[in-house]
Write a protein of this length. Structure first.
Length: 95
C-alpha cells in the first residue's frame, strides 16, 4: 500500500495566493504569469500546489541588470548550473 506524500509545512511553502501577495500582484495577474511559464515550477502534492519559500526568495534575488526576473525555463537552467558548480566544488578529487 502506498501513501500520498505529506504536504510540507506552510511556513516553508507558499500557496499561489501567498506568492502573489509576496510579488504584490493580483491573483489574476499571478495566474497569467503562471500560465505563461514566467514563474518557477511549483511542487505538487496531489491537487495541492506550492512553491518552496527558499526558492521563491532566490528567484526574486536573481534579477538581471535591468531588474527583470527569469522565466521558468531560465530559472531551471540557472538552478541546474548552480547545482553542478556546487557539486563540482564539494566533490573530493580522485587521484
Amino acid at each position: 500500500m502506498t501513501t500520498a506524500p505529506t504536504p510540507p509545512s506552510t511556513e516553508t511553502m507558499l500557496s499561489g495566493e501567498q506568492f502573489a501577495a509576496l510579488l504584490q500582484i493580483s491573483t489574476a495577474t499571478f495566474a497569467r504569469l503562471k500560465a505563461a511559464g514566467k514563474l518557477p515550477t511549483p511542487a505538487r502534492f496531489g491537487r495541492l500546489v506550492r512553491w518552496p519559500l527558499a526558492e521563491v526568495r532566490a528567484w526574486m534575488l536573481s534579477r538581471d541588470g535591468r531588474g527583470n526576473l527569469p522565466d521558468a525555463a531560465a530559472w531551471r537552467r540557472m538552478r541546474e548550473s548552480a547545482i553542478r558548480d556546487y557539486v563540482g566544488r564539494t566533490r573530493p578529487e580522485m587521484n
